[in-house]
Design a protein around this ligand. Structure first.
Ligand code: IMO
Ligand code: MG
Length: 423
């Protein structure tokens, strides 16, 4: 039986997970999303065309890979239908390849309104994407969520009207915009009809695929430090984007998991609020943002930028069982004549390499840096590891030595072909 490869973000998101999945999808029969919703934004360049994927696993871009949206995803039907139309306009046979879990929870307009309301009321803002992700997961755990399969039940209209009434009470009390039940019913009846052909029991399907020896790639969304349990709580998202969420979000078992690819950039970034030890609030951070085009795919917000943090990376590797690293933006870091990576934290005069998500610990931690030589030249032309300049190899091999983990995939530019693969 084949095993599933998993692609996960090691920091605060936007590490380039879509690219890893896109690369692995060349060999994959099936690509899967397990968690999150349209808070994700995965940019992939294929033959000069830029695809911004938010819900459908990037594997579908190969136009030969089945794309499964798993039960752990919270799904905004309007965004999904927009993505389906966009992919179809590029000749991708979505009707053939897309499968949606009957157990995925549906995002409704009141979820986004509640997201805005709750964020406005928060003393310490999280900086959510305002897509209703948190409130949709709240409903799931409160057991009043509406799943894809519920849209095809006789009482669907009554269920929507009930939920809209309950949520409108909360919104009205807070002076926030309420939802028009008739409008929501009309829209979601239409969405349900248009999505019906894709909805199925994906748990059974995935296990059937494994038994048929199909090679599967699970594309993580968000990242380790945004995990509701293992991230920098409360500045996190409302799901488990780490390895456990991959299992609960798909129905795969621990024994079904093969390689785990941890994705990082040669520097780091974070969007939204929360601690960030290696953040550079200066002209160097600005330069990283400009060179790396670090602006949100979803919200267009400028990302906070800084050097790579190896202390955090080791934590992400431990939590997720990462056995291969995919390092992206080698070209970007190579534009600096010298650059740094954090190799330890100094916390109130004590040096440590042990990570903790404790808020005070992260607030008090100052980075201990090691400096590297840059000026790599145009690495996008390098096809093999050996062709890379020595300075680039020194950096990569330091990361490997520090983490005890092989850097197998190296992103050297924005395009699909700018990826070095090491045996
Ligand atoms: P990808 O998959 C970067 C961040 C938001 C905010 C926090 C909570 O592209 O790597 P939410 O809307 O999820 O309740 O917001 O999480 N966030 C992301 N940051 N990349 C993402 O996804 C993110 N998804 C959520 O900015 O700080
Ligand atoms: Mg993103």
């Amino acid at each position: 039986m084949s095993k599933a490869s998993v692609v996960l973000g090691c920091f605060y998101g936007d590490e380039g997970k879509g690219r890893t999945t896109d690369y692995l999808a060349q060999f994959a029969d099936v690509s899967v999303r397990a968690t999150g919703g349209n808070n994700a934004g995965h940019t992939i360049n294929v033959n000069g065309v830029k695809f911004a994927m938010r819900l459908i696993p990037s594997g579908i871009l190969s136009n030969k890979t089945i794309a499964v949206i798993g039960n752990g995803v919270v799904l905004n039907p309007e965004v999904l239908l927009g993505e389906i139309d966009m992919l179809k306009s590029h000749g991708i046979d979505v009707d053939k390849y897309l499968k949606i879990s009957n157990k995925a929870h549906v995002i409704f307009p009141y979820h986004s309104n509640l997201d805005v309301m709750l964020e406005n009321k928060r003393a310490n803002k999280i900086g959510t994407t305002k897509n209703g992700i948190g409130p949709a997961y709240c409903d799931k755990y409160e057991r009043c969520g509406i799943r894809m399969e519920d849209m095809y039940k006789d009482n669907f209209e009554a269920v929507i009207r009930h939920q809209v009434a309950v949520k409108n009470e909360l919104l009205a009390a807070a002076g926030e915009p309420t939802c028009d039940a008739d409008e929501v019913v009309a829209k979601y009846m239409d969405y349900a009809a248009r999505l019906k052909m894709y909805v199925c029991d994906t748990v059974t399907l995935l296990h059937k695929y494994l038994k048929e020896d199909k090679y599967m790639v699970v594309e993580g969304a968000q990242a380790t430090l945004l995990d509701i349990d293992f991230g920098s709580y409360p500045f996190v998202t409302s799901s488990n984007p780490t390895i456990g969420g991959i299992l609960t979000g798909t129905g795969l078992s621990a024994r079904d998991i093969g390689d785990v690819y941890g994705v990082i950039k040669a520097y780091s970034s974070r969007v939204g609020e929360g601690p960030y030890v290696t953040e550079l609030k200066n002209e160097i951070g600005d330069r990283i943002r400009d060179l790396g085009h670090e602006y949100g795919t979803v919200t267009k917000r400028p990302r906070r930028c800084g050097w790579l943090d190896l202390v955090t990376l080791k934590y992400a590797i431990d939590i997720n069982g990462v056995n291969y690293i995919n390092l992206n933006h080698l070209d970007t870091i190579g534009k600096f004549s010298t650059f740094k990576a954090c190799i330890a934290y100094n916390v109130n005069g004590v040096e440590t390499t042990d990570f903790s998500t404790n808020e005070e610990f992260l607030r008090d931690a100052t980075p201990v840096y090691k400096e590297f030589v840059g000026d790599f030249g145009d690495v996008s032309k390098c096809k093999t590891y050996e062709e890379l300049p020595e300075a680039a190899r020194v950096y990569i091999e330091y990361i490997e030595e520090y983490t005890g983990t092989k850097v197998k995939l190296i992103g050297t530019g924005a395009d699909r072909e700018n990826m070095i693969v090491r045996d």
